[in-house]
Design a protein around this ligand. Sequence first.
Ligand code: A5P
Length: 223
Amino acid sequence: MDQNALKQAVAEAALQYVPDDAIIGVGTGSTANCFIDALARRRDRIRATVASSDASAARLRSHGIKVVELNQVAEALAVYVDGADEVNLYREMIKGGGGALTREKIVASCAKRFVCIVDESKCVTRLGRFPLPVEVIPMARSALARKLAAMGGDPVWREGVVTDNGNHILDVRNLEIDNPIEMERTITHWPGVVTCGLFALHPADVVLVGGKHGVDVREGSFK
Ligand code: A5P
């Protein structure tokens, strides 16, 4: 099975976590795109969606799926479905390879449940091989790059990329992520950081992993 087929398999499997007549959160990236395409078949059973990026909103609308702003939604979203760049056994993730990390974290935080959909290449025992994206206010970029370097990382400005929020992204290689929760807390508290791509304080509730033997469901506590 090629990687795209694995992404489609987990996207299909995620549909069972979508209740009828609900408002749901939808992520960003190639795996989330597979989920959006699968969702299109049952568009009549969805009340609305909240998208984590302009790109996902456009794809949802192209399928005739209703998209609303998060500010229009007064209730908790039933579920948030999204991919990840890396996920560990504790369901902690690195996200933001597609640059949508801030909106992803916001929409995920408004959902009752985060269902992460990945192919097996994203599963790691230790986070950090994938460069950690950090969204920063443009005027703070160089100062924050120095702080990330002092922490042991090698930050690289994702030049030419402006996020949907008008900000810049630093991709940080070679960080020793011994404690993802602590690192997320530390980086997020620096003035000028909008958010970092660690999703450890609020990890996924369920991870669906697509492999050659089918879809593996990971949930429950490991800690
Ligand atoms: C988008 O900003 C990211 O967080 C994506 O969820 C992540 O990069 C996974 O994308 P793919 O499904 O394309 O690998």
